[in-house]
Write a protein that binds this ligand. Structure first.
Ligand code: ADP
Ligand code: MG
Length: 271
C-alpha cells in the first residue's frame, strides 16, 4: 500500500466525472454538535453514481459522524442530505425517504465486523437475513442467492456452515461486505473497513471493493484515517480537519499537489 502504487482509479476518472451530471448523494451545510461541542461545521459534498469517495482525517475529526448521518443513524442539527434529489435529513421533510427504502439503498460496513455479525449464527443464516427481512423468498432461491453472494466476495462455500469466530478477520470483513451488497444498495458507507486488518489482507479487501464497484456500479464513501489506503482505491478524496472540509479533489491531484498544510502532514505520515 501507499502512495508509491498510486496508479489511480481508472473507471470514474476515465468517465470524466459522472458526478458532475447528477449526484447520487448530496450533503449540504451540515452541522452537528454534541452538547456544546461542535463536531461538524458547514459540511457540503456530493457522491457520484459509481464513485468511490474517500473521507480522510485524524481520529476525532468527525468522519464516523458523517457516516452515521448518511446512513440515517443520526440526524444533523442543520443542513440537508439527499439521495437522488430526495431529502431525508429531517423527519417529515419534503419527499422524505421511507426508512425501509433508505435501509435498502444505503448500507454500512464497520471497522470491526465481529461487532456487527451475530456470533451465534452461522454465515449462511447471516447472509440469508437481508433477503428474508425484505421480502418472501423460496428456500431454493434463497440458497442460490446466498451462494452467489459468497462468490461475489470471493469466499469458498464451505464457510457457510461456520460461525463468525471460525473465520479470519479478512473473511469476516468479506462476510460483512457480502451482507451489505445483498440487496444491491446504491451506496455503501465503509467506515475504516480495513483498519483492523494486516497489510496484505487490507490490499486484498481493497481490490475486492474496487471490483465490486466495477461489477455492481455501487458507490462507496470510504472512510479512513490512512491516506495511503485512500490513495489505493478512491477516485476523489475529502480531507476533514476538526469537523471542516479543508481540501477536496481528485485523489491523484491531492497526492501530487496538496493545497492544505494538514493534507501535507497526512501525506508525510504515509510509510
Ligand atoms: P472520527 O470517526 O473521525 O474519529 P467521530 O465522528 O467518531 O470522529 O467523532 C468526532 C467527535 O465527536 C469526537 O470528539 C467524538 O468524541 C465526538 N462524538 C461523536 N459521537 C458522539 C456522541 N454520540 N456523543 C458525544 N460526542 C460524540
Ligand atoms: Mg471513526
Amino acid at each position: 500500500l501507499g502512495a508509491a502504487r498510486l496508479g489511480g482509479p481508472k473507471t470514474y476518472a476515465a468517465a470524466g466525472g459522472r458526478e458532475a451530471s447528477r449526484p447520487l448523494l448530496a450533503m449540504h451545510g451540515i452541522a452537528r454538535s454534541f452538547g456544546t461541542r461542535s463536531v461538524l461545521d458547514d459540511v457540503s459534498f456530493t457522491i457520484g453514481e459509481g464513485e468511490i469517495l474517500g473521507l480522510v482525517g485524524e481520529s476525532g475529526s468527525g468522519k464516523s459522524t458523517i457516516g452515521r448521518l448518511i446512513a440515517g443513524l443520526d440526524r444533523p442539527d442543520a443542513g440537508l442530505i439527499s439521495l437522488r434529489g430526495r431529502d431525508y435529513s429531517q423527519p417529515g421533510s419534503g419527499g422524505v425517504l421511507l426508512q425501509g427504502d433508505l435501509r435498502k439503498a444505503i448500507q454500512v460496513v464497520f471497522q470491526d465486523p465481529y461487532a456487527s455479525l451475530n456470533p451465534r449464527r452461522r454465515i449462511e443464516a447471516i447472509l440469508s437475513d437481508p433477503f428474508v427481512i425484505h421480502g418472501s423468498i423460496g428456500k431454493a432461491e434463497l440458497r442460490e442467492k446466498v451462494k452467489q453472494l459468497v462468490a461475489d466476495v470471493e469466499l469458498p462455500e464451505e464457510i457457510l456452515n461456520r460461525l463468525p469466530s471460525q473465520l479470519s478477520g479478512g473473511q469476516r470483513q468479506r462476510v460483512a461486505i457480502a451482507r451489505a451488497i445483498a440487496l444491491r444498495p446504491s451506496l455503501i458507507v465503509a467506515d475504516e473497513p480495513v483498519s483492523a486488518l494486516d497489510i496484505t489482507t487490507q490490499a486484498k479487501v481493497i481490490r475486492l471493493l474496487s471490483r465490486l464497484r466495477d461489477k455492481l456500479g455501487v458507490s462507496f464513501l470510504f472512510i479512513s484515517h490512512d491516506l495511503g489506503v485512500i490513495g489505493e482505491l478512491c477516485d476523489r478524496v475529502i480531507v476533514l480537519e476538526k469537523g471542516q472540509i479543508v481540501e477536496t479533489g481528485q485523489t491523484r491531484q491531492v497526492f501530487r499537489r496538496p493545497v492544505h498544510d494538514y493534507t501535507r502532514r497526512l501525506l508525510a505520515s504515509i510509510p
